[in-house]
Design a protein around this ligand. Structure first.
Ligand SMILES: Cc1cc2nc3c(=O)[nH]c(=O)nc-3n(C[C@H](O)[C@H](O)[C@H](O)COP(=O)(O)OP(=O)(O)OC[C@H]3O[C@@H](n4cnc5c(N)ncnc54)[C@H](O)[C@@H]3O)c2cc1C
Length: 503
């Protein structure tokens, strides 16, 4: 069964668009939302069963501080601009965000030279409030640091977000403002007709001919005047499909340990080691939802679907973490996971294609892609304008989405009031993360029909028992709400079927 995403917000699919954004990670979602403020018919084409199922689901969730990279790189300029956009975004959208600050901790005197260079770079990049810290100051800022720490750097503007919730909120906002989304739409073929035209308010403005027909693996197709390739690890394949530039995206794996929210080793700020030439190093990250992440590694892998974790790497992660925060304990580990950075070159590659007409490449969006993503949205909108797309601001753009209550954040009286209105608020489905049945139902009704989609939207299955208690209950709710049969239930769409027999 192919259930529409956010069906109630998107009742009548169209077949002809001004812009098709391929890929719905944090880049595609920000681009689509930005375009939703203009009179432009935009569609997002995503091959997965839900949004944010690519690199945007498994990363450190840090809003970087703007001091790690030189401003000569586009990624550094977009990082700095993107960082500053998060307060406004949080006011408009419903996603967890906290500016708890970033620390770089030097454990040896000889590392202080690199810390000073980072500080100078930060000052040149205009990082607000950046501080070069003595041993006393850094330990005052973060008492969980090892007493061996000799000094460091502090950037108060760095912070944390939940990356998938950020993408969900962006997509909800974009769809509320008229953007369409097709999930399970793996772009496989495209053909360009230079003389064809489609009618739309934006086409009235720019009078530009030329239409792409974009086909999915399953035979569905749409027409569009412009295409944005934001396909993450697969941007090289998508470029080839459109006759664009030849390049090769490599995957660089990052493995993590996730620690329970009850750990006593949770720092107040994100802690970085002094970086190396290939990576920012392994960090200790107090996630915005209360758990602790330790990692990531940085290893080139051949297979772009290789999300495995290895005992050796995890050992290395724990050792690196403990060097900075000695109270980290193996007993607090609840799971491990890995994410894949789409690596092309030292920098992002965001440009109009020189080979394929009306195509913008948004490729090689490695770290700090999450931080830079709101600025990528603006940058790509401006590129499209430069390519001729007629943009007229909508008079009725609504930037806000509803702030939904979460059981675990409510006091007893607030929860009681919700239970009085709807008894499902009183049925806690996920005990570790305190997620109620009402929240699971809400997630399903918004279009999250896989176990992972529900996990990323609600946090159910993310706690200490990792779904041991609630998975069965969630599956029952999905079946009841959607009419899907047990044979159609999946972990993350496609062939990831869960059950061999009826519940
Ligand atoms: C380990 C790790 C840690 C990181 N930590 C941070 C951090 O703390 N802060 C930070 O700023 N950045 C961080 N990053 C970087 C950040 O996660 C990425 O830059 C960002 O998520 C990239 O988003 P994207 O939308 O470009 O790609 P993706 O999220 O991968 O989205 C691409 C989408 O395209 C879809 N797609 C692919 N092919 C097709 C097709 N043919 N048809 C239709 N759809 C298709 C995919 O399914 C996917 O959903 C980290 C990355 C990793 C891996």
């Amino acid at each position: 069964m192919n259930l529409p995403y956010l069906a109630n917000l998107n009742p009548r699919p169209r077949e002809a668009y001004d812009v098709a954004v391929i890929g719905c990670g944090v880049s595609g979602a920000n681009i689509a939302r930005r375009l939703s403020a203009y009179n432009v018919r935009t569609v997002i084409l995503e091959k997965a069963a839900d949004v944010s199922f690519g690199t945007s689901k498994a990363n450190s969730g840090i809003v970087h501080g703007g001091f790690h990279h030189n401003k000569k790189y586009l990624k550094a300029r977009l990082e700095i601009q993107g960082n500053l956009m998060f307060d406004q975004l949080r006011r408009e959208l419903d996603f967890p965000f906290k500016r708890n600050g970033i620390i770089v901790a030097a454990l040896h005197e000889d590392e202080m030279k690199s810390v000073e260079q980072l500080y100078t770079q930060g000052v040149e990049n205009g990082v607000i409030g950046i501080e070069l810290c003595s041993r006393e100051r850094i330990l005052e800022l973060e008492p969980k640091l090892s007493p061996d720490t000799v000094g460091g750097l502090y950037a108060p503007g760095g912070g944390m977000i939940e990356p998938y919730r950020f993408v969900f909120a962006l997509v909800e906002s974009a769809m509320k403002n008229g953007v369409h989304l097709y999930t399970n739409f793996k772009v496989e073929a495209a053909a360009y007709d230079a003389l064809a035209r489609i009618e739309s308010p934006a086409a009235e403005l720019d009078k530009r001919a030329g239409v792409w027909t974009v086909r999915a693996e399953d035979g569905r197709s749409i027409k569009t005047r412009y295409v944005v390739n934001a396909a993450g690890l697969y941007a090289d394949e998508v470029s080839r499909i459109f006759g664009g530039e030849e390049f090769s995206i490599k995957a660089r794996k990052g493995e993590y340990f996730l620690m329970d929210r009850l750990t006593r080793a949770r720092p107040g700020r994100v802690i970085f080691p002094v970086p190396t030439s290939v990576s920012k190093g392994m960090l200790v990250i107090p996630t915005v939802e209360g758990t602790v992440l330790v990692g990531p590694t940085a290893d080139a892998v051949e297979d772009k679907a290789d999300y495995s974790t290895t005992a050796g790497h995890l050992e290395e992660i724990l050792e690196s973490g403990k060097a900075m925060v000695p109270s980290l304990s193996r007993g607090d580990v609840i799971t491990s996971f890995a994410g894949l950075r789409p690596y092309l070159d030292e920098d992002f590659y965001i440009e109009p294609s020189k080979k394929a007409p009306a195509l913008v490449q948004v490729a090689g969006i490695q770290s700090p892609g999450l931080t830079a993503s709101p600025a990528i949205g603006v940058y790509v909108k401006d590129l499209l304008k430069g390519m001729g797309l007629g943009l007229m601001e909508k008079s009725q753009w609504d930037p806000f989405v509803e702030d939904r209550p979460r059981s675990r954040e409510l006091g007893p009286y607030e929860l009681d009031a919700l239970i009085a209105r709807e008894s499902r608020w009183g049925n806690i489905v996920c005990r570790c993360e305190k997620v109620s049945e009402a929240e699971i139902v809400q997630a399903v009704r918004l279009g999250h029909h896989t176990l992972d989609g529900i996990k990323y939207f609600t946090r159910a299955q993310m706690g200490r028992c990792q779904g041991g208690f609630c998975t069965y209950k969630i599956l029952k709710i999905i079946m009841r709400e959607t009419g899907l049969s047990w044979a159609e239930l999946t972990k993350h769409g496609g062939k990831s079927r869960l059950l061999e027999a009826q519940l």
